[in-house]
Design a protein. Structure first.
Length: 413
């Protein structure tokens, strides 16, 4: 688990080197982000030594990716844990303020957030602090503690930060993972293919297509956002790894087929968004083909149909294909739904003005007896809508006693 550990300026910050060690003992990678006042209580040098990573505190860090530390960290985190969380920090989170790196990344992250409040007992009991606690809880932020006992100020009561061991046990426990990942696909595995494949002609040339991977990566993120474990099998693309997914990189259709076969037994849902080369060179030249003739002929052979082979499995997962067509989109997509024996197909038009590489897309999701039409919108939003429909149909057709209450989309049957 990638944990961004935010440290705000309270006396309990002196316990954070210990907390880092306890988190790392439990297998977490810890990236520390400090507020300016935290540095009054604990040194960045000690924290860097125990975390093994440079400390981040500057919103305007020129070393960070595109000088956007907050976005880079927000994407990297599987969990943002703030310990200690002072009354001031809680107020900033509740109010949506973002004056520094820590609060800005909290606004920018899709990862769950947990805070371990620490403050004087009278401050903790203050109605303003309690109102902020309630607001944060209502927004799904996990509040760990505080503990009751003697405080650094000499008083006794509720407001002590939980001990590092207790915090580490809490955030690394399966119950915590379950509590934060309580989307409707929690406990389910979704296998996604994305991007193009490359079929080598010789060591310097290949056959490929215009897929950027954006649609498939957005599908993977949307499935993760619904709580699924996501395995993403990706062709060569230039996109950052979607947060919380296991990415397997492949190059050719045959490699994508093998990677899919190896992992499909774990999958409840398979979504084939990749643009797999239908044909590959019959032979790959070991050396660069020289320019000796006016014309050359390349013999192509069919690549394995990954989607069809998954749908044909005896215990096939809920299987969803994409159909990328330049004409007769609906007709050809319905043909693929039927011929490949799919549970669902996502039909989209591709061409010079749409589909491949664009940030927006439109699609019709089709299945036997139903459909849902999505007008043009950003691929991230489209993916969220498509995965909602898939989840509803998955539970309708394969659901069991674990089926959750579904109220996410209305489907035109
Ligand atoms: O990646 P982007 O730039 O964001 O573009 C998105 C997209 C247009 C690539 C995407 O929305 C899309 O339509 N993906 C499927 C592209 C495609 O190959 O469609 P197809 O109609 O040729 O194939 C039908 C289905 O069979 C697809 O699910 C495909 O993944 C699958 N297939 C095809 C051939 C093959 N050998 N094996 C397969 O699994």
């Amino acid at each position: 688990m990638n944990i961004v550990l935010g440290i705000s300026g309270g006396i309990a910050a002196y316990k954070t080197p210990e907390l880092v060690r306890r988190l790392r003992e439990r297998g977490a990678d810890v990236q520390i982000v400090m507020t300016a006042s935290a540095e009054e209580f604990v040194t960045p040098t000690s924290l860097q030594a125990v975390s093994g990573r440079p400390i981040r505190s500057n919103l305007w860090d020129k070393e960070a990716e595109a000088s956007m530390s907050h976005i880079e960290l927000a994407r990297w985190a599987d969990l943002v844990l703030i310990a200690p969380a002072t009354a001031e920090l809680m107020a900033r989170l509740a109010g949506g303020g973002a004056p520094d790196l820590l609060t800005t990344l909290c606004l920018a992250t899709e990862a769950p957030i947990a805070i371990a409040p620490a403050m004087n007992r009278v401050m903790w009991a203050n109605p303003a602090v309690q109102a902020n606690r309630e607001t944060l809880e209502e927004r799904g932020i996990q509040i760990l503690g505080p503990d009751v006992g003697s405080q650094a100020c000499g008083e006794t009561g509720a407001g002590r930060m939980l001990e590092p061991d207790v915090i580490a046990d809490a955030v690394c426990s399966p119950e915590f993972a379950g509590a934060v990942a309580d989307g409707i696909l929690a406990g389910r595995t979704v296998l996604v293919t994305a991007g193009p494949t490359r079929e080598p002609i010789d060591p310097v040339r290949y056959i490929t297509n215009r897929s950027s991977g954006k649609m498939g990566y957005a599908i993977a993120s949307a499935a993760h956002a619904l709580g699924a474990r996501v395995i993403l099998i990706s062709g060569p693309v230039s996109l950052p790894e979607p947060r919380g997914t296991d990415v397997v990189y492949v190059e050719t259709a045959e490699e994508m087929q093998a990677a899919t076969q190896d992992r499909v037994a774990d999958a409840d849902i398979f979504i084939a968004a990749a643009a797999v080369s239908d044909y590959r060179p019959a032979e790959t030249s070991a050396q660069k083909i020289k320019k000796t003739r006016d014309t050359i002929t390349l013999e192509l052979v069919r690549s394995p149909d990954i989607l069809a082979s998954v749908a044909a499995l005896q215990n096939a997962p809920f299987t969803v294909g994409f159909a990328a067509e330049t004409e007769n989109v609906r007709k050809y997509a319905l043909g693929k739904l039927e011929n490949k024996n799919l549970d669902m197909i996502v039909a989209n038009r591709v061409g010079s003005d749409c589909g491949f590489d664009y940030d927006d897309n439109a699609a019709e999701v089709l299945w036997k007896g139903g459909e849902k039409v999505f007008d043009k919108m950003p691929k991230s939003e489209l993916a969220a809508g498509i995965v909602d429909v898939i989840a509803v149909r998955f539970f309708e057709t394969r659901g069991d006693e674990m089926q959750p209450t579904l109220s996410i989309v209305s489907i035109k049957e």
